[in-house]
Design a protein. Structure first.
Length: 158
């Protein structure tokens, strides 16, 4: 007889790799495993978990929500660090230089929702309707987020 823990372990093992790839796009490679761990543990502790029909979609949504929280926390932390930091001449020189553009920086300009849609569209090759179902949002929302992401990436990369 399979226990709840065995069932949760099986669900985690089945989806862990794809969730980490997804989280990597949302928060970067350094924080992705932590985001997935936090999201999965929160999902498993949720009273709603027992009635979830599509565990994969629920976990994708949990990772997206956790990524939003991590990004907000990171922005608050950066703000505190910037206010506390002493601005010296070296820092001013570094700030004055134009940063080189790369894919990670370009993607970092997008919201977590936009990064999720870009990742699922271009790396996972999903259609807007599949993405909408996976993220539990409307297809129009997916299309709008993708259009905004493309516009932002065009301006950053041009």
């Amino acid at each position: 007889m399979m226990t709840i823990v065995d069932d949760q372990t099986a669900v985690y093992r089945r989806h862990a790799d794809e969730l980490i790839r997804y989280a990597t796009v949302l928060v970067g490679p350094a924080d992705a495993p932590d985001v997935v761990t936090d999201a999965v543990l929160a999902a498993f502790r949720s009273p709603a978990w027992a009635s979830v029909g599509n565990h994969r979609a629920y976990l994708y949504r949990a990772v997206l929500n956790t990524a939003h929280s991590w990004r907000r926390s990171s922005q608050r932390r950066r703000g505190r660090e910037e206010r506390a930091a002493v601005r010296d001449a070296v820092h001013a020189t570094v700030q004055a230089q134009e940063p080189s553009v790369d894919a990670h920086r370009a993607l970092a300009t997008l919201s977590p929702q936009q990064r999720a849609v870009v990742f699922l569209t271009y790396w996972e090759d999903l259609t807007p309707s599949q993405i909408a179902e996976l993220l539990d949002v409307g297809e129009g929302s997916v299309r709008k987020q993708l259009a905004r992401a493309r516009e932002t990436l065009r301006s950053v990369l041009s």
